[in-house]
Design a protein around this ligand. Structure first.
Ligand code: GAF
Length: 421
């Protein structure tokens, strides 16, 4: 199996510029916006329960280049994606004179439309500015690394730069406002009732730090990630997930039902498992299990962030395994391939912990591993995955086993990457 090469930010930019110049000879883009993807270290499916999450940005993301169109009569914008994985239609036209409603197809365009619509509604510029943009991403689509949020946040950054000085101070967005706006775009245009984690991380993350986010009041704390002897390894099962497919919404609903039955606004307010136990006969076994995951995961995340800030990797790792088990058995959002990857990582000396990351139903695992064991861990996961996952239904279009797994990793002290360029 080969580790597929992920485009660097320079490569993304070069590809965008080349495409732009090819399509619009004698013209140059004037704006470049970037937003990173994220990996969630722990705290899964709890952002919409007002819980704690603990993600960090990763050096892959979405970049947009473009410019304002100033022909006096035009109200039209042009948007094209360079992404190969989004179906046939790669470009759309948006007429700012019309209502910016979500569209059936192409689906990717809704991330752009959603942000644009919410931005215009929030900022209310005196004149709507037409533009043209090209979009490219290095975040694997459907990999649980926040591909959609990175498009939304890059789009919002592009718009902020496009309107620039024409915005007064009360039209400008704080980073949290921006995250909320992008999150609303995802909920209303992509129809995913997501929490704030992905957009928040894309807006507020900084290099060499993880972010402990309290999703009840949208505040956060940076936890330094500077130990060069420890790595975060992100491994893609290449089983594609689609959160819009309904299973995500079902989990959100289950949790809300449990919170209502317990007399709370959100499951974050449940202070102990005992409270849930006492109400067990009021709810279905499924609702009970979903709530048990959310309540224990919120507790785990707080303890885990504390452990990491004290460099207690053994404790952090133990909580990662517990988190995975809870997501697998109680929340039922894992899949055989992710379970195998976690077990393979666990068999390697020097691995502290491993778990699925993101929405689930496919996508990636995240592993905390001593730097000296990274090579061994990658090898074990590659070889074992090939051997063990052949027994599962082939879920990818490709017949080539070599593409079943893609591995990228960043050291805790990841190299600096720009959040906006
Ligand atoms: C997806 C959602 F977009 C997030 O809000 C979060 O709920 C995550 O799944 C699960 O932790 O990425």
């Amino acid at each position: 199996m080969t580790a597929e090469k992920t485009a660097t930010l320079e490569e993304l930019k070069a590809a965008l510029l080349e495409s732009y110049r090819e399509e619009f000879p004698n013209d140059e883009p004037t704006i470049c916006a970037f937003a990173p993807g994220r990996v969630n270290l722990i705290g899964e499916h709890v952002d919409y329960n007002d819980g704690f999450v603990f993600p960090m940005a990763i050096p892959v993301g979405t970049m947009i280049v473009g410019k304002a169109l100033n022909e006096p009569t035009t109200t039209k914008c042009y948007v094209r994606t360079l992404s190969k994985d989004v179906g046939e239609q790669k470009s759309i036209e948006i007429d700012l004179a019309n209502e910016l409603a979500p569209i059936k197809s192409p689906k990717w365009a809704n991330y752009v439309l959603g942000v644009l619509a919410h931005f215009l509604e929030r900022v209310k510029p005196s004149k709507k500015q037409p533009f043209r943009i090209l979009i490219a991403t290095s975040v694997p689509i459907g990999g649980g690394l926040s591909s959609s949020a990175s498009v939304e946040v890059a789009m919002c950054t592009f718009l902020e730069l496009l309107y620039g000085n024409s915005l007064s101070s009360n039209q400008q967005l704080s980073k949290v406002d921006k995250a909320l706006l992008c999150c609303k775009a995802e909920q209303t245009y992509a129809n995913v009732p997501c929490g704030i984690m992905d957009q928040y991380t894309s807006c507020l993350a900084k290099a060499d730090h993880a972010l402990l986010i309290d999703c009840r009041d949208n505040t956060s704390q940076y936890i330094p990630m500077i130990n060069k002897n420890v790595c975060v390894l992100v491994t893609n099962s290449n089983v594609k997930h689609e959160l819009g497919a309904g299973t995500y919404a079902e989990r959100v609903h289950n949790c809300q039902v449990a919170a209502n039955l317990l007399g709370h606004k959100k499951l974050r307010e449940v202070t102990s498992l005992k409270e849930l136990e006492n109400a067990r006969d009021k709810m279905s076994p499924t609702t009970y299990k979903r709530a048990r995951h959310a309540i224990t995961e919120i507790q785990r995340t707080e303890i885990a962030a504390e452990a990491l800030s004290k460099n207690d990797y053994a404790e952090f790792g133990r909580l990662m395994y517990e988190s995975h088990q809870s997501l697998r058995d109680d929340f039922e959002v894992s899949c055989e391939e992710l379970d195998q990857l976690v077990e393979l990582a666990r068999s390697v000396d020097g691995v502290y912990g491993s778990r699925m990351t993101g929405g689930g139903f496919g996508g990636c695992t995240v592993t905390l591993v001593a730097k000296s064991s990274v090579g061994k861990c990658i090898e074990t996961m590659k070889n074992g995955y090939k051997e063990k996952c052949q027994q599962f239904h082939p879920r990818n279009d490709s017949d080539d086993d070599d593409t079943q797994i893609q591995i990228c990793f960043s050291y805790l002290s990841s190299s600096k990457f720009p959040l906006q360029i």
